[in-house]
Ligand binder design. Sequence first.
Ligand code: CTP
Length: 419
Amino acid sequence: MREFLGLSKISPRICHLLQEIGRVGKENAQSVYVVGGFVRDLLLGRENLDIDIVVEGDAIDFAYQLATIWDGEVQIHQKFKTATVTRLDGLKLDFVSARNETYLSPGALPSVEYGTIAEDLRRRDFSINALAVQLQPDTFGEIVDCTDGLHDLRAGRIRALHEQSFIDDPTRIFRAIRYEARYRFQIVESDQQRIRNAINRGVLNLISGQRLRNEIDHILSEASAPQMVRRIDQFNIFSALHPTWKISPNFNVLWRAARQAIEWGTTSLPHDPINTKAILWMTLLNTPEAIKTVSSRLALESQLCTKLSVQAQLEHDLNTLSASSKPSEVYQLLHLYPLEPLVFALMQPNQPNWRGEQIANYLTHLKDVQPLITGDDLIQRGLKPGRAFSDLLWQALAAQLDGKVPTTQEIYQFLDDEK
Ligand code: CTP
């Protein structure tokens, strides 16, 4: 039975663009389709502006024609025979030639040849992602479904298209988990077994650190990330990636703290760019051993590693503070740390109120205090740089932080008294 996409589900602007693409296809006597996530999400009633166009023929040439009509820019990825057109309104569309792929070795990127739309859809990961919609004017909106994807979409099933799918491309294990939790679908039982088998065969060792890291980043940015993390853990994926990697039994508490930290950081520290990904990674990696080994396996960049690895020292340092610690003492300890572990520490439950107040005071106030006097001022007063010199500067700043010396004159008086 021929099925058509309800055009009323597409915004008029996007519908117009797709019709324009279809017209160019007709002029070129080439079939063109919109495919993948856009179609899947449209059928599920979700907005998705990630528009992937498949052309039976040369997609790069096709993308240039559209870019000329739209006055857009083209970026070409010769190796994969794909092009991205960025329109003046900022919308990006990916154009790819219908292709046949073969995996030369598990975990490697595939080698690519031109193919038909049916071949292109069959080489994809899951049936729900293997749906295309025709764009030429006479068949506009007709759904191409060669893998029973519509049926699976309606039944809420994630089903891979090949027995070897998770071995050819182990990142699909993460993708299956992502779709399952995002749409509250179920990975079919046979695929769950294939995922377990693939993991037992060690396929995860074949993926590069960078690709693994991308998959986990992707998961952390999803609204249902906690469910995905739990599912990854159920498949023993973290421990397969490294035996030291264990998800905390308090993961849900940590996740809530991370979300609150991001919200607090964005509203209370509008001038300090916070790396939200780093805060989310803190929920996954909490022991020094795991941070070290997993950072190296996933090729995490050194800034992120630092932010993760100072957590234990920060916790230790915070325990040296008391309710009566002076602001200068708080500053002295905390100014050594990057923002993200501090904001995360602020949101940890079960800590005394005064501790949260000290961290918040440091982040919103103390860290931005400008010293009333600087090294130059001291030099002008005849002092020579050296150890005593930095001690004096610190004493001046500490007095200022503790509210003892609100003016420059008072600071000099204070320093003279201290001598
Ligand atoms: N694809 C695949 N195997 C992969 C990655 C991608 O078969 N390992 C195919 C799927 O058909 C997918 C399409 O390429 O729909 C586009 O990939 P991507 O943009 O990553 O997926 P989306 O479906 O858009 O998923 P998401 O909504 O999570 O971005």
